[in-house]
Design a protein around this ligand. Structure first.
Ligand SMILES: Nc1ncnc2c1ncn2[C@@H]1O[C@H](COP(=O)(O)OP(=O)(O)OP(=O)(O)O)[C@@H](O)[C@H]1O
Ligand SMILES: [Mg+2]
Length: 241
């Protein structure tokens, strides 16, 4: 079920501002690639280009080696689960209803089947007991786990995480990172944008360092963190570690 994803020579500009300037990125099936880099380097834009929320102006996107640029973008987005910093759950729906909504609307499951699936996904993120409460009564970390369950309920072939823990209180970060580690260990393909360097080092198979819309360095975590080659990465690591 897990797939590989490759972006080659991805270019993207907003008006005159060139934000991605030829990015190459790859994640093997069932593996985790983490993207690190300074604010404004283009990490979020890269994820949005890879699922074609913003159409790249040059380059290619391949899933399992096949270009998806000619596919219906909606179909592509259904194959890719997205988790953002802000979880945007519907406040007036219950937790289970939030998770069941996508499967009902997009996968056309019956109400009962969607609820059953939602309960299974909530179980996986450790929140089965919260199925029938409203999101507002949960902690930020629990809400983010619901957002992850919501994405997983669409049965994506790959997951993108964009600073999924950045808006959380420090004591809540651990639980969400632990869940992400479990998903990675379970063989989900993931591209993770994060400022959590311990996660990048311990969980990823590959780390990509971006600066100014380009990939400066790509390597296995031990090599990238212990023996950074470029001065720009050395400087970045000296600031964040
Ligand atoms: N919709 C947009 N229109 C114009 N410029 C944009 C748009 N989205 C992003 N940018 C610009 O693209 C650059 C990269 O932004 P992006 O959000 O991808 O950075 P980032 O690496 O995710 O930063 P952060 O770590 O702060 O989240 C920034 O200079 C930003 O101002
Ligand atoms: Mg960002």
């Amino acid at each position: 079920m897990a797939v590989s994803l490759t972006g080659t020579d991805i270019h993207l500009a907003f008006g005159a501002t060139q934000v991605l300037r030829g990015v190459d990125i790859h994640v093997d099936a069932g593996k985790t690639t983490t993207v690190i880099g300074p604010s404004g380097s283009g990490k979020s834009t890269l994820l949005r280009a890879l699922n074609r929320l913003h159409e790249p102006q040059r380059g290619d996107i391949l899933i399992d080696g096949r270009s998806v640029l000619a596919d219906d973008p909606d179909l592509l987005r259904r194959r890719i689960g997205m988790v953002f910093q802000h979880f945007n759950l519907f406040p007036h729906k219950t937790v289970a209803e939030n998770v069941a909504l996508g499967p009902r609307k997009l996968r056309k499951l019956s109400k009962d089947a969607a609820r059953e699936l939602a309960l299974r996904q909530l179980e996986q993120v450790g929140l089965a007991a919260k199925a029938d409460v409203r999101p507002g009564s949960l902690s930020g970390g629990q809400q983010q786990r619901v957002a992850i369950a919501r994405a997983l309920a669409m049965q994506p072939e790959i997951m993108f995480f964009d600073e999924a823990t950045s808006a959380l209180d420090p004591e809540l970060v651990k639980g969400v990172l632990a869940l992400m580690s479990d998903l990675a260990a379970g063989g989900l393909s993931m591209i993770v944008v994060t400022h959590e360097m311990a996660f990048a080092r311990n969980v990823s198979d590959t780390v990509v360092f971006m600066d100014h819309g380009k990939v400066v360095e790509t390597a296995a975590p031990d090599r990238l963190f212990d023996a950074p080659e470029s001065p720009r990465l050395q400087q970045f690591l000296s600031q964040v570690l």
